[in-house]
Design a protein around this ligand. Structure first.
Ligand SMILES: NC(=O)c1ccc[n+]([C@@H]2O[C@H](COP(=O)([O-])OP(=O)(O)OC[C@H]3O[C@@H](n4cnc5c(N)ncnc54)[C@H](O)[C@@H]3O)[C@@H](O)[C@H]2O)c1
Length: 164
């Protein structure tokens, strides 16, 4: 990929050389397999969750998911994976992938409370050059409508020094 944007070029190069660190927020049925896969292809992963018990048990090498073996979690930890509830560590990651729940509301629409809570936790710690990806199930346009304002009010320009 060629680009005149130096921030983007440096991100792409870091990923290509497996030097990027991926931050996964929400270490559940979606977040853990995603973390395992990134680690498998050689990228470092820092996992974030508000559930302290889950954070501590993952760091002990235990599995919270029946179909994932504890040995897989242990290999991931040995490869550098770490789970944390400390969102001040967000600057350590190059990409942030949100995998928090979006339960259906009474009106059968995704409830975005967990996504919005996540954005409030990460917003003060965002830095230029990061890429944000929303993995949670929601309606098309949620990234532009709900996530963008958190980024732009920090003074970042999407597509220029911050990426979706
Ligand atoms: N499970 C699936 O097969 C599947 C498939 C496709 C899409 N999805 C979607 O992916 C999303 C995640 O689903 P899941 O099944 O992994 O959920 P899950 O309940 O298994 O895991 C979610 C994790 O997010 C954590 N969390 C909640 N709020 C948080 C916050 N503010 N900050 C950090 N962590 C927080 C929870 O403690 C939990 O560990 C949902 O939107 C779901 O609809 C799930």
């Amino acid at each position: 990929m060629t680009t005149d944007n130096h921030i983007l070029a440096s991100f792409v190069e870091k990923v290509a050389k497996c030097g990027a660190r991926i931050g996964i927020i929400g270490l559940g049925y979606v977040g853990i397999p995603l973390a395992l896969r990134f680690q498998e292809v050689g990228l470092q992963v820092l996992g974030f969750d508000i559930d302290l018990e889950r954070v501590e048990s993952l760091n002990r090498g235990e599995t919270p998911i029946r179909h994932i073996a504890a040995s897989d979690i242990q290999s991931m930890c040995a490869g550098g994976f770490e789970a944390t509830a400390d969102f001040t560590r967000i600057p350590e990651v190059d990409a942030i992938i949100i995998c928090v729940p979006t339960p259906l509301s009474r009106h059968r629409e995704p409830d975005l409370t967990f996504i919005v809570d996540t954005m409030h936790s990460v917003e003060p710690h965002l830095r230029a050059g990061q890429l944000l990806s929303l993995e949670s199930t929601t309606w098309p346009g949620t990234t532009a409508e709900v996530l963008s304002p958190f980024i732009t009010r920090r003074g970042f320009e999407i597509g220029s020094d911050f990426f979706f």
